[in-house]
Design a protein around this ligand. Structure first.
Ligand SMILES: [Zn+2]
Length: 377
């Protein structure tokens, strides 16, 4: 899928857009939404003011008749639910087309300028200029999706290493730089672990796990829990002579070191840590200029992209799959409830109508702290 096809095929009509999103499981199937009053399948309609349409049920049956006996004429209730409820689009005031274009642009690592110009050429009817702030918001939203996807992937993969396998470990400081005026910026310690296969069958492109060092420390108390979390017992660990690694043998690992102050590769054992070190370089390039509070997000993005590149996947398709895999209902519930309507219509209690709210602040699904706490790489 490319932007041209998106424009020609997906955006050729609203129906095609909805169909595409249903096929990709970004929106529920047409018969998925049931009326909360009578249980019948609610009817979908594309409605102005709703970014992803709405579902309604207006059946004339017992359940739809108001039980209130105060009025002479029994009023009839209606079921109505925003089409974006419990979906990726639930909090978006951009509309599905623009959201999708932005998603495409992020997946393909476009710059802000490229994103703006593509958005305008694809969505010809769009008159409102896309602001950098909107793009920034949407991109950080997608980084949260990448975190969720990585988290799932690594949980499925389990620990790296194992008996007979070699894992290189190392710490590296990121973001440390001096500005021209001499203002010093303190960097962040990252801890990396890479499974490079067995001695006989090396796999230098192997599984890579990264953690941001809690408290920005790299002592034994900080690093050991990370090692125990990610590296299976019995693994042969290669590291430099950093004191934090002195007791690894006591925890069921084989431990070999290379003394970097003397040589790059240990001449006797052949131990080196150049796989992990060669992994720092592209990582440092990718994270260059990341603000400290954004480091975790950009790290997620980097690792997510790395996984896709490794399996030669398509970034946009993978992203759509990853979005579909998130249970958005968990996050929709925290959205502010709509004020009770004065009309006779009975809204779903937690129906979200934020599509119309212009300045609704983006509702963060994964808090920054939880990103850092749960960086399960
Ligand atoms: Zn109904």
């Amino acid at each position: 899928m490319n932007l041209f096809r998106l424009q020609r095929e997906v955006f050729s009509s609203r129906d095609n857009t909805y169909q595409f999103l249903r096929e990709k499981r970004l929106l529920p199937s047409l018969d998925a939404i049931k009326c909360s009053l009578c249980g019948a399948t609610a009817k979908f309609e594309d409605s102005i003011g709703y970014s992803a349409g709405r579902y309604r049920c207006r059946l004339r049956n017992q359940e739809h008749n108001s039980t209130s006996s105060k009025k002479k004429n029994t009023s009839r209730k209606e079921f109505e639910q925003s089409g974006s409820k419990n979906t990726f689009f639930y909090n978006s005031r951009l509309g599905i087309e623009k959201s999708l274009v932005l998603t495409y642009c992020w997946a393909n690592d476009f710059t802000y300028a490229q994103t703006i110009s593509n958005c305008h050429s694809i969505l010809e009817n769009e008159t409102e200029r896309l602001s950098r702030e909107t793009i920034c918001d949407w991109y950080s939203y997608l980084r949260e999706v990448s975190l969720s996807a990585l988290d799932k992937l690594y949980q499925e993969k389990g620990q790296i290493g194992g008996v007979g396998r070699i894992v290189e470990i190392d710490e590296s400081k990121f973001g440390k730089r001096k500005y021209n005026r001499g203002k010093h910026v303190e960097g962040s310690w990252l801890f990396g672990m890479i499974d490079i296969g067995t001695f006989e069958n090396p796999a230098p492109e192997g599984n890579f796990r990264l953690e941001i060092c809690p408290g920005n420390k790299r002592d034994e108390n900080t690093l050991l829990p990370l090692i125990l979390k990610h590296i299976a017992p019995g693994t042969t660990i290669y590291s430099d002579c950093w004191a934090a690694y002195n007791h690894l043998e006591e925890y069921g690992y084989k431990h070999l070191t290379v003394n970097h102050s003397v040589h790059y590769k240990d001449p006797v054992t052949g131990v080196h840590t150049n796989h992990i070190e060669s992994n720092w370089r592209p990582l440092k390039r990718a994270l260059q200029g990341s603000q400290k509070e954004m480091l975790a997000d950009h790290l997620c993005e980097y690792l997510w992209r790395r996984e896709i590149r490794k399996k030669k996947g398509d970034f946009f398709s993978q992203l759509l799959d990853d979005i579909a895999a998130v249970d958005w209902s968990e996050f929709t519930e925290s959205v502010q409830e709509v004020q009770p309507s004065t009309s006779k219509r009975a809204r779903e209690e937690d129906d979200d109508d934020d599509d119309n709210k212009e300045n609704k602040k983006s509702n963060k699904k994964f808090s920054r702290q939880s990103v850092i706490d749960n960086l399960l790489f």
